[in-house]
Design a protein around this ligand. Structure first.
Ligand code: GH3
Ligand code: MG
Ligand code: MG
Length: 455
């Protein structure tokens, strides 16, 4: 995994040492020698992770970190603080300032690479989501999501530990962060994980009944629980176990006996991250479907057609495949809305049923969209004019042959559509195709409606 690392330290020899270690593992490394320099460099270099010394003149590591995390552009770059001492107060202060992790000097290579790998992996996931989000913003359909660092979210946390005393201490300490469930049997834990929604699972690796890591592996290997953050409790001496844990994708660890403040800080970090990822995903999915699907008919809308028609046309031209497109317009639809005792909502009832009949008359590979108003477009990949005409006739007939159910008048209404059909010729683009089918539609209207005209 090649990733970009920014090393920040006021002492050049420290920077050199870290640079050498990281370059050795094929990381792409840049250096900054002060907090101010780091803030500037982050923008151009866009690192996947920042290793940040705490003790620096002028702006110290805490302040640098706070500023990185306060800027929406840089907030999601993981920061690892490097503290001179294994001073608990410093660690907690670091995590409170938004750091994702810390390492103590002298730097243990194992811990360094474990932390870096795990954070970089997470960053890549977040990047992918942001990228999709950005595509959404470019299409003009997504608001920029930004979850602030403040923290009111009540989390669901599962603690798996058969040390009842330790378990109790953990759940007391975390009580203010949300809802804490404790279980002592791994089997029951897995059942819980699959049944409930958890924001974090804390697993002791000193369980009597089962290897705690095995439970972690089960959680990671199950589609339902794959994304849940995992935090393990390990005996400080057990380095091998920690390495194995990171390899299977745990997110963080605490060394026993647990420091209570560190517990809270690390749990908060995990939950915040999960909340961010969830929000990003939900925002993306929801905005996307809100933005490209027409709410009345549930067909795709014009924005979607505009974005995709070009791709469909390019693909057809490149592969030498047929492509046909029809524009469907309801005949005298204004009269439906304007009929005495009817109104817009009756028109909407008809629109919905027309969309349904269009969908039922086309094939699953065809793309049905509501272009706007009472006009629909169906794109038919791989379809020459002759077959497209058959499909168009099916649509026309499905609409004209059976009256629509409405909640006005005598409860039913006859309605017809006119259809313009065009097929792709070499040299055409999407717009040409739309224009041709629209002209054909105009002709169908002129020739008396309830009919199909081929361009
Ligand atoms: P033509 O056969 O020439 O297409 O006649 P038309 O009345 O269908 O055409 P025109 O373009 O004059 O009017 C379209 C009407 O469609 C205007 C509007 O009342 C109605 N309409 C457009 N969008 C909606 C909608 O979302 N809901 C409802 N109920 N009516 C709509
Ligand atoms: Mg119209
Ligand atoms: Mg019309």
């Amino acid at each position: 995994m090649s990733a970009r690392v920014l090393v920040v330290d006021d002492l050049p020899q420290n920077v050199k040492l870290l640079e050498a270690k990281l370059a050795n593992e094929y990381y792409d490394v840049a250096a900054a020698y002060s907090g101010a320099q780091a803030l500037a460099k982050v923008k151009g270099f866009s690192p996947d992770i920042v290793l940040l010394d705490v003790m620096m003149p002028d702006m110290d590591g805490f302040e640098t970190c706070r500023r990185l995390k306060a800027d929406p552009e840089t907030a999601y770059i993981p920061v690892v603080m490097i503290t001179a001492l294994s001073d608990i107060a410093d660690r907690v202060k670091g995590l409170e300032s938004g750091a994702d992790d810390f390492i103590t000097k002298p730097i243990n290579d194992l811990h360094l690479f474990a932390r870096v790998k795990s954070l970089v992996r997470l960053k890549m996931l977040t990047d992918e989501l942001s990228l999709r989000d950005q595509t959404g913003s470019q299409l003009g359909i997504l608001d920029k999501p930004f979850i602030t660092a403040d923290f009111n979210y009540k989390a669901n946390i599962l603690v798996v530990n058969d040390d009842i005393v330790e378990s109790r201490r953990i759940s007391d300490k975390l009580a203010s962060l949300g809802h804490i469930i404790t279980v002592s049997e791994p089997k029951k834990a897995m059942e819980n994980v699959l049944r409930e929604h958890y924001d974090l699972v804390i697993v002791s690796t000193q369980l009597y009944e089962m290897d705690g890591l095995r439970l972690c592996a089960q959680i990671r290997n199950n589609e339902t629980s794959r994304q849940i953050p995992l935090l393990i409790l390990v005996d400080g001496e057990d380095k091998d176990l920690l390495v194995k844990g990171f390899e299977m994708g745990i997110n963080d660890y605490l060394v026993t006996p647990i420091d209570q403040n560190e517990l809270v800080a690390r749990v908060k970090t995990q939950i915040r991250r999960k909340a961010y990822q969830d929000a990003l995903k939900a925002n993306y999915q929801q905005s996307l479907s809100l933005a490209v699907v027409d709410s009345l008919t549930r067909l795709y809308n014009r924005r979607y057609l505009d974005a995709h028609l070009k791709n469909i046309v390019d693909q057809a031209l490149n592969k030498g495949k047929d492509l046909s497109l029809m524009t469907i317009d309801i005949d005298h639809f204004k009269q439906v809305n304007d009929a005495p005792g009817f109104g817009h909502h009756i028109g909407d009832e008809v629109l919905r049923q027309i969309a349904e009949r269009i969908l039922n008359s086309i094939r699953s590979t065809d793309l049905a969209t509501r272009l706007g108003g009472e006009e629909f477009v169906v794109v038919m990949p791989g379809t020459p004019t002759k077959s497209a005409l058959e499909i168009a006739e099916r649509v026309r007939f499905a609409i004209a042959s059976v009256p629509f159910k409405i909640s006005a008048g005598d409860g039913s209404l006859k309605c017809t559509v006119s259809i313009g059909l065009a097929s792709l010729k070499i040299g055409d683009n999407g717009e040409d195709l739309m224009k041709k089918s629209d002209e054909a539609l105009y002709k169908a209207k002129k020739e008396g409606r309830n009919k199909i005209v081929v361009s």
